[in-house]
Ligand binder design. Sequence first.
Ligand code: AMP
Length: 216
Amino acid sequence: MNLILLGPPGAGKGTQSRLVEEKFGLMQLSTGDMLRAAKTSGSDMGKLVAKVMEKGDLVTDEIVIALIAEQLESHPDSKGFIFDGFPRTLAQADSLANLFEKKNQRLDKVIEMRVEDEALIRRVTGRFNCTVCGEVYHKDSKPSKVKNVCDNCRAVDSFIQRSDDNEESFRTRLVNYYRDTSPLIGYYHAKGLLNSIDGLLDINKTQQNILEILGA
Ligand code: AMP
């Protein structure tokens, strides 16, 4: 099964795709995570994208499509993929369709997570994550059970806030979402693949709604 989670920054795509990944044995492909890893590694590509990401702008289609193509190529036996933060433009969506076609595979579903702008900004500016396992927290709605200790991997003092999770970058990311990414809602609707859910509900309820769409 191949699945896309579509939604603005802070909609909960990362959190939900991790849960679906566990449940279905699918592989989560987050272009944001891949780009952050490239930044941390200090590679040429990482250096190239660092400033763009910091500002909240979109990295070029060529770079992200190459990252996804490489992942699909190197995991031929995967039971399927959950795309988180990809595609973000119509060109990326077309490239993904081509990649699937070449592999005789198909996209099964697209789930759009809808959240209003003001809730998004509260979510994004309050969130932080564990640098060891990636678990995502929020200072109000999902703090760690023990201060400075990750609930998931027990790492101590491993929490960090993303450098683009500030109000200024968030506003740019939101504009980019409405301008470049939201046309994908119509694109996938026309292909009969779109399902929309309320992403404002709590994590468990949202997860249930996603599982229902997936027929689980
Ligand atoms: P995310 O973790 O999905 O919020 O992505 C963080 C940042 O990485 C975005 O604000 C973009 O700068 C960049 N990025 C991630 N995925 C893409 C993509 N599919 N296309 C272009 N830029 C991306």
